[in-house]
Write a protein that binds this ligand. Structure first.
Ligand SMILES: Nc1ncnc2c1ncn2[C@@H]1O[C@H](COP(=O)(O)OP(=O)(O)OP(=O)(O)O)[C@@H](O)[C@H]1O
Length: 576
C-alpha cells in the first residue's frame, strides 16, 4: 500500500480511473478462457469414440464471439492505455510544478542542507520513474494479481487438486520477494545517492572547467568524477547482483507450479481420476496465467525502486513550509531582539539586539565572516532565527507570510541572475503587470536605457544562454531597474559596486542613489567609502555587534571601524 502511495506521490485517487479500466480489461480477458474451454470440449466430444459429429455451428458461434471480443478488447485497451498514460503524465507534470512551488516556500536553511543535484534529480528523474511506474508497471502488476485470483477461483471448482498444485508455490514466491524488501530499500537508497553524487560531480566538472584549466586541476577533478562514476557502477552492479537471485528464485518457484500441475495431472490421469479434457484445460489456463505473472515478477523490483523514488518526492512534499499568515506592513523599522542564529548547529550570530530604522540607510560592516550577509538574510526572512525575535513594522517576522513580506522588499546583490528571456521581461520580473512605459521609465532611472537602446533588438534582445552577453555593470543596472519597478519600501543592498570597473561603478552608484531615496535601506559595505554618509553604521565582529554610530562618531571612537577605515584609506592610493 505504501508503494502505491509513494508512486502516486500521495494522490492514490488518481489511480481510480486507470485501475478501473485495467480491472475491466482483465475481467474481459476471462472470455477467451471460457471460449477456449468450450471449443476444446466440443472438439473432444467429437473424437471421444461416442460417435457424435463435430458441432461446427457451435464452433462458428465461438469464433464469432471471439471476433467481437477482440474488437471490444481493442477499444477497452485503447481506453485503458489512454487513462494510464494520460494519468501518469498529467500527474507528473502537475506534480513537478507543485514541488517546484513547494520548494520556493521552504526555508533556505532546509534547502541549503540538500544538494542542488539531489533536488533537480528529484524533479526530473524521480518523477519520470513514478510516471513509468504508473503507466507501465502498475497495470501489469494488477493484471498479474487479478488473473491468477480469478483463474484459481474458477479452476478450484473444476478440480481442486489440480488448482492447488498449480498455485501451491505462489505464496512461497511472494514470500521470497517480500524478504528482499529491506535489502532493496537499502541498496536502492545507495544507488540513488550514487546517481546524485555522480550528477553533482559532473556539474562541478563542467562548471569549473575554466578554474580547473587556470590552476591545472583537471587531473584532480577528473579523478573525483571518475570515482563518482565508479561508485555509481558499483552501486548498480551490487543492486542487480544481490536482488537478482531473489527475483530468479521467485520466478522459478512460480514456474515450478506449472510442472507440479503437470505431474499431478499425469498421476490423476493414470489413476483415472481426471479426464483428458480437464487436463488440457488446465494446461491452456496455466500458460495464460503464468506468462504475465513471471513478467510482473521480473519487473517487481524495478517497480519497488520506482516507488522509492516516489517516496523521496513525497517526503519532500511533506516538509513543512515557512509559517506565517499575516500580511506584511508596507514599511517600518526592522528590529532584532536577542537574536542568535546557527547554520546546521554552528552559531554564527550571538544575541544581536539592534534596530534598523525606517526610511534611513543602515550600513553593515565588519571583517569577512562576521555575519553581515546572515543579518541581511534574516531581514528578508530567508531563515528564521533559533533564538530571539525579529519584527518588521512591529509585526513578528515569523507571523508574516513570506510572499507578502517579499512583496515589500527589493534586493540588489553582486551576483545578478538574469533569466533566459528578453531584457524587457527580465525587468518586468519586478512587477508582472508593468506597462512598457513603466519598464522604460525604470530603466532610465537605473541608467540602463541608453545601453539597452544600443543593443540589436533593444528591449527585445534576449539575454542569458544563447542571447547577448552583458557586462557585470550592465547586469547590475538591469537588476536595479527591476527593483525600481517593484517599488518596495525596503531595499537590501549587498555592495553592488564592489566588483565593477570605475566607469561602471559611477553609473551603478547613480542608479542606486536614485533607487534608495526615501526608503529603508540596509547595505553591506566592504569598501567603507561607499557608506561614509550612511545614517547609521553597524560594525559586526564574529557574529556580535561591536560598535554602532555614524562614520564620524566611529572614527572618533578609534575602535574596529576606525582601524578598518585606516587600512582602507592607506591602500586607496595603491595602483597596480
Ligand atoms: N549557508 C551556510 N551554511 C553554513 N555556514 C554558513 C553559511 N553561510 C554563511 N556561513 C558561515 O556563517 C558565518 C557568517 O557568514 P556571513 O556570510 O554572514 O559573513 P559575512 O560577514 O557576510 O562575510 P563576507 O564579508 O565574507 O561575505 C561564516 O562563518 C560563514 O562561514
Amino acid at each position: 500500500m505504501n508503494a502505491i502511495k509513494n508512486i502516486t506521490i500521495g494522490h492514490t485517487e488518481r489511480l481510480y480511473k486507470p485501475v478501473g479500466y485495467t480491472m475491466l480489461a482483465n475481467l474481459v480477458n476471462i472470455v477467451p478462457f471460457c471460449l477456449s474451454i468450450e471449443a476444446i470440449r466440443i472438439i473432444f466430444s467429437a473424437f471421444d469414440g461416442s460417435g457424435q459429429p463435430l458441432d461446427t455451428t457451435h464452433l462458428w458461434w465461438i469464433f464469432g464471439i471471439m471476433a467481437v471480443y477482440m474488437l471490444v478488447m481493442a477499444l477497452a485497451e485503447r481506453a485503458s492505455y489512454r487513462a494510464n498514460f494520460r494519468g501518469a503524465y498529467e500527474m507528473s507534470a502537475s506534480g513537478r510544478l507543485s514541488l517546484a512551488e513547494h520548494l520556493r516556500k521552504l526555508s533556505l536553511g532546509f534547502l541549503s542542507k540538500r544538494d542542488p543535484g539531489d533536488l533537480s534529480s528529484m524533479l526530473v528523474t524521480d518523477f519520470m520513474m513514478a510516471e513509468t511506474g504508473i503507466s507501465h508497471h502498475l497495470p501489469q502488476l494488477m493484471g498479474a494479481v487479478v488473473m491468477p485470483v480469478l483463474a484459481f477461483a474458477s479452476l478450484i471448482w473444476i478440480d481442486w487438486r489440480m488448482a492447488v498444485s498449480m498455485f501451491a508455490a505462489l505464496p512461497l514466491a511472494l514470500l521470497v520477494l517480500w524478504a528482499s524488501t529491506k535489502a532493496q530499500r537499502k541498496l536502492s537508497g545507495r544507488q540513488i545517492q550514487a546517481k546524485i553524487n555522480a550528477g553533482n560531480r559532473l556539474e562541478e566538472y563542467l562548471q569549473g572547467i575554466r578554474v580547473m584549466k587556470a590552476y591545472n586541476l583537471l587531473g584532480d577533478r577528473f579523478v573525483r568524477l571518475r570515482n563518482a562514476f565508479g561508485e555509481l557502477r558499483r552501486a548498480c552492479i551490487r543492486q542487480e547482483a544481490l536482488l537478482g537471485p531473489f527475483v530468479l528464485l521467485s520466478i522459478t518457484l512460480v514456474r515450478a507450479g506449472l510442472t507440479m500441475m503437470v505431474l499431478c495431472g499425469t498421476y490423476l490421469l493414470l489413476g483415472g481420476e481426471l479426464s483428458i479434457l480437464v487436463f488440457v484445460l488446465f494446461l491452456v489456463v496455466g500458460s495464460r496465467v503464468f506468462d504475465p505473472l513471471t513478467s510482473a515478477l521480473t519487473n517487481f523490483t524495478e517497480f519497488r525502486y520506482f516507488s522509492i523514488a516516489g517516496g523521496r518526492i513525497l517526503s519532500l512534499m511533506n516538509e513543512p513550509e515557512m509559517k506565517g499568515e499575516r500580511q506584511s506592513p508596507v514599511a517600518g523599522d526592522i528590529r532584532f531582539e536577542h537574536v542568535s542564529f546557527a547554520y546546521q548547529g554552528k552559531e554564527v550570530l550571538h544575541d544581536i539586539t539592534v534596530t534598523l530604522p525606517k526610511n534611513s540607510l543602515t550600513a553593515l560592516v565588519g571583517p569577512s565572516g562576521s555575519g553581515k550577509s546572515t543579518v541581511m538574510k534574516l531581514c528578508a526572512r530567508f531563515y528564521d532565527p533559533q533564538q530571539g525575535r525579529i519584527s518588521f513594522g512591529g509585526v513578528p517576522m515569523d507571523e508574516i507570510a513570506p510572499e507578502s513580506l517579499m512583496s515589500h522588499i527589493s534586493m540588489v546583490f553582486q551576483d545578478v541572475y538574469l533569466f533566459q528571456d528578453t531584457i524587457r521581461n527580465n525587468i518586468r520580473f519586478g512587477k508582472a503587470d508593468a506597462t512598457d512605459e513603466e519598464i522604460i521609465a525604470a530603466a532610465r532611472k537605473a541608467c540602463c536605457h541608453d545601453f539597452i537602446m544600443r543593443l540589436p533588438q533593444g528591449y527585445d534582445t534576449m539575454v542569458g544562454e544563447g542571447g547577448c552577453t552583458l557586462s557585470g555593470g550592465e547586469k547590475q543596472r538591469i537588476s536595479i531597474a527591476r527593483a525600481m519597478l517593484k517599488d518596495a519600501q525596503v531595499i537590501l543592498l549587498d555592495e553592488a559596486t564592489a566588483s565593477l570597473d570605475p566607469e561602471n561603478e559611477v553609473e551603478v552608484q547613480r542608479a542606486i542613489n536614485s533607487l534608495i531615496k526615501g526608503r529603508t535601506v540596509i547595505a553591506i559595505a566592504h569598501r567603507l567609502k561607499t557608506i561614509k554618509n550612511a545614517d547609521r553604521i553597524i560594525v559586526l565582529d564574529n557574529g556580535r555587534i561591536r560598535e554602532e554610530g555614524t562614520h564620524d562618531e566611529l572614527v572618533r571612537k578609534e575602535g574596529l571601524y576606525a582601524h578598518l577605515w585606516e587600512i582602507q584609506e592607506s591602500i586607496s592610493g595603491w595602483k597596480l
